[in-house]
Write a protein that binds this ligand. Structure first.
Ligand SMILES: *Cc1c(COP(=O)(O)O)cnc(C)c1O
Length: 465
């Protein structure tokens, strides 16, 4: 590799990292025993590490680098904004040009009726905003007892106290005294894992109707909102049966509750449309956005709310809520430039018309692999479920996640970033992937699955085939 080093030697950085850096969602001792992987550069869809090894980034960072790496326009916009106005707040009856322009641009892009954005620094913060905003909304409407949020098991809505409580990750709830009160979780529309012999369409209806049962149990007068990701991301790319969302929408319409679509992953082209709400014909009252909003080039998130919610909040007096970096000028300018590129370069169109159909075609072929129990795909999101016995959709006898983690490491060795969730493997690549990139992704995935299969056989862990 002929790459100019922009960093100290790998071993030195690993030692320093182990000494001083606490990593998110990581077992520290296990990481420090082997040393962190240090990513130093990226261009297009390719990452380079500190040893010069290159990887196809099948995860677009963390589901966010929708336009790909190395777009200098964003760097230029950020530098210009830092010179003009690096920071100013939006609290003191003040604003600045980038945040005003971004709020307008979002209103243009959003589904009808979502015309007002409350900005945050991340998706977690935006969902915390939703908790306070929705409860304040109902209080302002004279219904302060409408406080309960209904969410779903295995949902991911962020890592702060509020957003992790909204989420349904049991391992997260086990640490730090979560969930906070007045948040309940219903079962998810995860057919492969929980559908058994039920037909997927019927299963989708059953899981949607749990919402109506929960509203009845709690009393409609106590329920504030239902929050869900159009497609669950961190939970394992759980693509709901087509029957699920129409029934959820019917239930939300029939009862006096708000519908919050958490589009932190699904937004900005990921599902082949600008928003997952378009893909599934969802009409949310509030949409959570982050990640692809700036393609990860700057931290920014937001809650986009309906005219009715905005009018109520605006009329109620002061909303005692906000972040120092709500509508940060550099992040807002970068987001605006990202949205321009997504549109003017036709990246959302490319995802819908070229990349997603080709990925779907190639990904479906993985279903024939001896350790794949299901291969599912929607837009630029895809997952394979690993199993020792295809016909039974059986789990491995090893602790959950062990085979997945091993496969993830094998993928890294083979030059592919593919993440595991439990014992499934998922991708959420940059939307700019070409057909050639998709061929490379699939080749490396198959090679990695073959190696995992060989290991499983050698260890006697295959129960069929
Ligand atoms: C990542 C994510 C969040 C949290 O966003 P952060 O920017 O990490 O705080 C919230 N909701 C969903 C659906 C996400 O995928």
């Amino acid at each position: 590799m002929n790459i100019r080093a922009n960093h100290p030697p790998t071993a030195e950085m690993q030692a320093t990292d182990a000494a001083h850096h606490l990593h998110p969602f990581t077992h520290g001792d296990a990481l420090n025993a082997k040393g962190t992987r240090v990513i130093t550069r990226a261009e297009g869809v390719t990452l380079t590490d500190s040893d010069g090894k290159q990887y196809l980034d099948g995860m677009a960072g963390l589901w966010c680098v929708n336009i790909g790496y190395g777009r200098n326009e964003l760097a230029d916009v950020a530098a210009r904004q830092m010179r003009d106005l690096p920071y100013y707040n939006t609290f003191f009856q003040t604003a600045h040009p980038p945040v005003i322009a971004l709020a307008k641009r979002l209103a243009e892009l959003m589904p009808e009726g979502l015309n007002h954005t409350f900005f945050a620094g991340s998706g977690s913060e935006a969902n915390d905003t939703n908790l306070r905003l929705v409860r304040s909304y109902w209080a302002a409407k004279g219904k302060p007892e409408k406080r309960i949020f209904i969410s779903r098991k295995n949902a991911y809505h962020g890592s702060s106290m509020g957003s992790a409580s909204l989420g349904g990750m049991q391992a997260m709830h086990g640490q730090g005294g979560l969930p906070i009160p007045d948040i309940v979780h219903i079962d998810q529309p995860y057919w492969y894992g929980e559908g058994g012999d039920t037909d997927p369409a019927e299963f989708g209806l059953q899981r949607a109707r749990l919402l109506e049962e929960e509203i009845a149990r709690l009393g409609e007068e106590n329920v504030a909102a239902f929050i869900a990701e159009p497609i669950q991301g961190a939970g394992g790319v759980i693509v709901p049966p087509e029957t699920y969302w129409p029934e959820i929408q019917r239930i939300c319409d029939a009862h006096d509750i708000l519908l919050i679509a958490d589009e932190v992953i699904c937004g900005f082209g990921r599902t082949g449309n600008w928003f997952g709400s378009e893909t599934y014909a969802i009409r949310p009252d509030i949409m959570t956005i982050a990640k692809g909003l700036s393609s990860g080039y700057a931290p920014i998130g937001g809650s986009v709310v309906s005219d009715e919610v905005a009018e109520t909040i605006n009329a109620m007096g002061e909303f005692y809520h906000g972040y120092t970096y709500s509508g940060h000028p550099v992040a807002a300018a970068v987001a605006l430039e990202n949205l321009r590129i997504l549109e003017e370069d036709g990246i959302v169109d490319h995802a819908r018309d070229v990349a997603a159909p080709y990925l779907a075609e190639k990904w479906a072929q993985l279903a024939d692999h001896p350790i794949v129990g299901e291969a599912r795909c929607k837009g630029m999101l895809a997952a394979v479920e690993l199993t020792p016995d295809k016909s039974a959709r059986a789990p491995f006898s090893t602790p959950v996640g062990q085979v997945g983690l091993r496969t993830r490491e094998t993928c890294f060795e083979n030059g592919l970033v593919m993440r595991n969730v439990r014992d499934s493997m998922i991708v959420s690549p940059p939307l700019i992937l070409t057909r050639g990139d998709i061929d490379t992704l699939i080749d490396r995935a198959v090679k990695s699955l073959d190696e995992t299969h060989a290991w499983l056989k050698a260890e006697g862990l295959m129960t069929a085939g």
